[in-house]
Write a protein that binds this ligand. Structure first.
Ligand SMILES: NC(=O)c1ccc[n+]([C@@H]2O[C@H](COP(=O)([O-])OP(=O)(O)OC[C@H]3O[C@@H](n4cnc5c(N)ncnc54)[C@H](O)[C@@H]3O)[C@@H](O)[C@H]2O)c1
Ligand SMILES: O=C(O)C[C@H](O)C(=O)O
Length: 330
């Protein structure tokens, strides 16, 4: 039976991630080869012409699964009846900036777009926040859209997860598909903790396969933590194709499920698992089934890891306070 099309919102669609993401969604990479989609593309008025150009290119690509494109600068129109919302709109970090620097520009966007989503999206809308500071933007969105269940609002740490998989694959000379169950804990920032203690390479523990503990507890961690900044340095712009690809991975696994025995990293509203602060959006290992995620429980955490989990949690609590200050001033 032919499936009904799903409306997918991409905000910031005229930007560089939007340009890489829209064709992936339209070609079925995100929701599967039998799922038609209608793309709702939102950007701000100064980007309206460029947004129209993206729409023209999508039409010219003749994607069989693409049943329509709405390109608009009207947030009410953009959010109407969407079942999936990928929130990319905002201002990216430039060289030399920390994520906190983009805070004041971006959190107010998330407050106002929360209301539009709440009012217009389909009940059960799944939201992925990509724009930085991703965890805190997601939190602000959640706080300002009380009728959307908190478990439906997530942020992207899958890019960091994929970066960790990539580093281990490169180091061990193994196809990345053989590397599993790394974890990104905490914030999508340089305090995140990329954890390989429970991961495997072709069934062997990562520790055993890499056989270099100093690298695993040193350069590996800092490389993943600093990868966003390293890409900005190389490209002069922040990551886009890997961000778009990871956003598709995040939604695909959330909707279609994670393979048995495999988890992914997702920024989700914290219930305090593993001693993380409650009431922030924190990245945990997550398994997905029937369109729902759950935090993988019961993993042993040693003292080294516990200190890292705490540091990134502390940063999220600080970011939340800063975001609330920015909103109070705006
Ligand atoms: N979480 C992650 O892993 C991750 C990875 C890469 C980038 N990012 C973040 O994603 C965001 C987008 O990055 P990019 O490289 O595509 O930036 P970009 O500047 O190329 O595109 C952002 C787009 O958002 C639009 N925009 C600004 N305000 C808006 C609003 N109120 N509503 C709708 N659209 C709006 C801009 O006009 C622009 O077209 C940045 O915040 C960046 O830091 C996150
Ligand atoms: O680091 C950035 O500012 C961009 C993005 O969040 C990334 O991780 O690549």
């Amino acid at each position: 039976m032919v499936k009904a099309p799903i409306k997918v919102l991409i905000t910031g669609a005229a930007g560089q991630i939007g340009y890489a993401l829209a064709p992936r969604v339209a070609s079925g990479t995100m929701l599967g080869p039998d799922q038609p989609v209608i793309l709702h593309l939102l950007d701000i008025p100064p980007a309206a012409q460029s947004l129209e150009g993206v729409k023209m290119e999508l039409i010219d690509s003749a994607f069989p699964l693409l049943h329509g494109v709405v390109a608009t600068t009207d947030v009410e129109e953009a959010t109407r009846d969407v079942e999936i919302a990928i929130m990319v709109g905002g201002f990216p970090r430039k060289a030399g900036m920390e994520r906190k620097d983009v805070m004041s520009k971006n959190v107010s966007i998330y407050k106002s777009q929360a209301s539009a989503l709440e009012k217009n999206a389909k009940p059960g809308v799944k939201v992925l926040v990509v724009a930085n500071p991703a965890n805190t933007n997601a939190l602000i969105l959640k706080e300002n859209a009380p009728s959307i269940p908190p478990e439906n609002i997530t942020c992207l740490t899958r890019l960091d997860h994929n970066r960790a998989l990539g580093q281990v694959a490169e180091r061990t000379g193994t196809p990345v598909s053989e590397v599993k169950n790394v974890i990104i804990w905490g914030n999508h920032s340089s305090t995140q903790y990329p954890d390989v203690a429970h991961g495997t390479v072709a069934g062997k523990s990562i520790k055993e396969a890499v056989a270099d503990d100093a690298w695993l507890s040193g350069d590996f961690i800092s490389t993943v933590q600093q990868r966003g900044a390293a890409i900005i340095k190389m490209r002069g712009m922040s990551s886009a194709l890997s961000a778009a690809s990871s956003a598709c991975d995040h939604i695909r696994d959330w909707v279609h499920g994670t393979p048995p025995g495999t988890w992914v990293s997702m920024g989700v509203f914290s219930d305090g698992s593993y001693g993380a602060p409650k009431d922030v959006v924190y990245s945990f290992p997550a398994e997905c089934k029937d369109g729902k995620w759950s935090i993988v429980q019961g993993l042993p955490i040693d003292d080294f890891a516990a200190a890292k989990l705490k540091a990134t949690g502390d940063e999220l609590v600080e970011e939340k306070a800063l975001a609330l200050e920015c909103l109070a001033e705006s």
